[in-house]
Design a protein around this ligand. Structure first.
Ligand code: CU
Length: 263
């Protein structure tokens, strides 16, 4: 017989260890500066997940080290271990606890995603074209004004990015916005962002797309609407015809809900 486990003490040790790990892990600014309305919500979600993961890690460690200490064979003990046929209470607990944690994480993530993708009034639409190894941008609401390697967006206005890959899969990532979305050949994917801090950022390709992947970046400028309009007015080119053709041929995925409009 292994006797009764000191459940209360083990639980207390788990709570203390969870707190210690969480305090250390939450000190770190994992994603850096926040520059979109989604960023604080995504960061809070991450913090909650860090605490939950710390709890799971602490629980496993406490049980592991308790077992190592308590059930260690005495020197000279060559006997077989006890035949054990399972423990219903333990099995129910280790099924139920992870299920609750995973369901909570799924529900919370869902609600955050729903929240940050909520269409706002009067968004602006930007076409994003990705190809080995460059980014370019079209503004369908501004007579298809076209910019290569530099993306400008107005401050505090929701942007609907329509992603188009011209060769292989790329992925759109501006770390300060916390938004990441794959660009897939043949389909249009959408990312919704409301930048809320003016400044210059970097758009990074975050899908290994070939030899020049590491250098596949673009400058991102978030600026007040008046400066944005001035920049748009200064663009000389329009989106090349083959690119427009790509847009027409793409199949749309996760389209913006009806009534959300576009600019
Ligand atoms: Cu890439």
């Amino acid at each position: 017989m292994i006797g009764r486990l000191p459940i209360a003490k083990m639980f207390a040790a788990t709570v203390v260890l969870t707190a210690l790990i969480s305090v250390v892990m939450l000190q770190i600014s994992w994603d850096g500066q926040q520059a979109s309305t989604a960023a604080p919500k995504v960061d809070t979600l991450l913090d909650v997940m860090i605490v939950l993961s710390s709890f799971v890690f602490a629980l496993v460690m406490v049980m592991l080290f308790y077992a190592l200490w308590k059930f260690k064979a005495k020197p000279g003990d060559e006997s077989d271990g006890e035949p054990i046929h399972g423990n219903t209470r333990l099995e129910v607990a280790w099924t139920l606890i992870p299920t609750v944690i995973v369901l909570f994480g799924a529900g919370y993530s869902w609600s955050v995603l729903n929240d940050i993708e909520e269409p706002a009034k009067n968004p602006i639409t930007v076409d994003v074209f990705s190809q080995q190894y460059a980014w370019s941008f079209g503004y369908p609401g501004k007579d298809n004004a076209y910019s290569q390697g530099e993306l400008h967006v107005p401050l505090d206005r929701q942007v609907h990015f329509k992603m188009h890959a011209l060769d292989v899969i790329h992925s759109f990532w501006v770390p300060e916005w916390r938004i990441k979305k794959d660009n897939v050949p043949g389909i249009t994917t959408t990312a919704i962002v409301t930048p809320d801090k003016p400044g210059t950022y970097q758009l990074i390709c975050t899908e290994l797309c070939g030899f020049g992947h590491a250098a596949m970046r673009a400058k991102v400028v978030v600026e007040p609407p008046a400066e944005f309009r001035k920049w748009i007015a200064g663009l000389k080119e329009t989106v090349p015809d083959p690119y427009l053709e790509t847009i027409r041929q793409d199949t749309e995925t996760d389209p913006i809900p009806l009534g959300a409009g576009g600019a």
